[in-house]
Design a protein around this ligand. Sequence first.
Ligand code: HEC
Length: 134
Amino acid sequence: MKKQLLYIFGAIVFLGVMSFTFQEDRWKAPEGAKDLKNPINASNKSASATKGAKIFKTRCMVCHGKQGKGDGVGGKALTPKPQNLTLSMVQSQSDGELFWKITNGRNDMIKWGPILSEEQRWDVVNYVRTFKTK
Ligand code: HEC
């Protein structure tokens, strides 16, 4: 009986450490990124998102999937996996944070800064917003 308790205790400690490690690995944009202002105003958002959709299809879909769910064929073998962009974990971030991550990349997420213009990166941020589940 005592031994079983020890196993249970061990398992709890193990899970605790694992979830902590996982949280530590969450990709966080630096402080200043939050305040980067989306330069595209409300009346131009939908036109911008339409342009962003085209960019997404050619540049992002292969990894992040058609609906942004992280299930593109190109992402199957990657660790970590391309993020599911529909999750609140992503959608709760500010436009600036998403822009920063798209610009700078990490691991297999490409650093788009040198590839896409600033305007194109904002267009794609505006498109990623359309994945938000209502
Ligand atoms: C080669 C595959 C690949 C392509 C192409 C790609 N991504 Fe990613 N993306 C990833 C991976 C892998 C991650 C997770 C990186 C990590 O957590 O270290 C990621 C993460 C992200 C994140 C961060 C989500 C979070 O954790 O907050 C955003 C936003 C994103 N991608 C958007 C895009 C956009 C927009 C494009 C196209 C311009 C794109 N990605 C193209 C693989 C890709």
